[in-house]
Design a protein around this ligand. Structure first.
Ligand SMILES: Cc1cc2nc3c(=O)[nH]c(=O)nc-3n(C[C@H](O)[C@H](O)[C@H](O)COP(=O)(O)OP(=O)(O)OC[C@H]3O[C@@H](n4cnc5c(N)ncnc54)[C@H](O)[C@@H]3O)c2cc1C
Length: 334
């Protein structure tokens, strides 16, 4: 591992200035879980890690707070996955609590932050192999396309077929979360969907932040009356494995019908994927097992399997059905 210097700035401005001036050499550190992996794997080799946890004052308070706000929630970027998993997020926002409690292991959840979770790099084994130069590292081909691709994308892929690694991002997509981002031009607000870019737009990076921009907070809008949200995941082993596929569903029920739904899919696409056709088919319908069975295939509309990952299509559809049953309180038929 290349040696680095740990810088501990006392203000957010100082941290941003330090990184923005040389983004190839200086990198922000939050929990450090993904960064240290990348350093050990030889995928990243910055000269300096700039510790966000050292900052003080009002920015630090905002970045560490998890607080109810106007019916919704404000979650600072330095709040850990463990804090979210143990939080009082109610039925409307429960999907985020469930997702945070399912990710990684208790030890990792105690250190990993929601900001770092959103911006972690993909787990693709070709990308993570120091000796291989895939498209994401400046090469000219995706090695998973035609290679070992059982974990790779079935939706939105090409020319690179990574899946987005963040479990929390999938839940935030279902909740229509907004990000508060601080940069040179001041503070801006962005819908969570706009944080991520498909490989055909941005093959080397998974996000749209400019150099030196920092996520300060994530805001969850107020829940509607009758809103319930749930998270479902399939893993090879439940203990610590990465998801094979995951579904975050947020449903608003009114007078016995589904008024609206937002469905996020994880580990099926290079970005947290919104199942818009499915959402449209659910709106205005009476929830039932028959409805869920009929519309679940819309979740994977347009899917294109690679050689080894066709299993993700029925797996995702099954998770969608489970999530809708639970969100709408409809028993699963025997
Ligand atoms: C065995 C194992 C299993 C795992 N399983 C899962 C899983 O199921 N689901 C899942 O989602 N993750 C999983 N992870 C990954 C883990 O959750 C992430 O590595 C972790 O959440 C990253 O957060 P961090 O705070 O440590 O980020 P860091 O490593 O500190 O930073 C990650 C990136 O984010 C940037 N960054 C951090 N905060 C900010 C900010 N506020 N503004 C701008 N940039 C910022 C950093 O510069 C860096 O580029 C697993 C990891 C392991 C080792």
């Amino acid at each position: 591992m290349k040696p680095f210097t740990l810088i501990r700035p006392s203000t957010l401005t100082a941290a941003r200035d330090r990184v923005g001036g040389a983004p190839d050499k200086r990198v922000l550190r939050a929990g450090g879980i993904d960064l240290i992996d990348l350093l050990k794997e030889g995928i990243a080799g910055p000269d300096e890690l700039v510790d966000l946890k050292a900052i003080k004052g009002a920015d630090a308070e905002a970045m560490r707070a998890l607080a109810a706000e106007g019916g919704g929630w404000s979650i600072g970027a330095l709040v850990t996955l463990a804090q979210i998993a143990e939080s009082g997020l109610g039925d409307a926002h429960a999907v985020l609590r469930e997702a945070a409690g399912s990710a990684a292991t208790p030890g990792i959840r105690a250190a990993a932050t929601i900001g770092g979770n959103l911006l972690q790099r993909p787990r693709c084994w070709y990308f993570r192999h120091q000796g291989l130069v895939c498209l994401k590292k400046g090469g000219d081909a995706c090695l998973a396309d035609g290679g070992e691709n059982r974990s790779h994308a079935i939706l939105g892929g090409g020319p690179c077929f990574i899946v987005h690694p963040s479990t929390l991002a999938v839940a935030l997509v279902a909740l229509a979360a907004e990000l508060e981002i601080v940069g040179d031009a001041g503070t801006r607000t962005s819908p969570i969907d706009k944080l991520f870019a498909l490989p055909r737009v941005s093959p080397m990076s998974e996000h749209t932040l400019a150099a030196g921009e920092v996520i300060r907070r994530i805001r969850l809008p107020a829940g509607a009356a009758g809103q319930r949200s749930v998270y479902e995941v399939a893993k090879a082993r439940q203990s610590f494995d990465w998801p094979l596929a995951e579904v975050a569903a947020s449903v608003v029920l009114e007078g016995g019908t589904i008024k609206s739904a937002r469905i996020g899919l994880g580990h099926v696409a290079p970005v947290p994927w919104r199942a818009v056709q499915l959402e449209e088919a659910l709106a205005g319908q009476t929830p039932s097992a028959e409805l869920f069975a009929r519309v679940a295939p819309l979740a994977t509309a347009g899917a294109r399997a690679l050689g080894q990952n066709a299993y993700k299509i029925p797996l995702t559809q099954g998770l969608v059905r489970s999530a809708l049953h639970r969100a709408c309180g409809i028993a699963v038929p025997d």
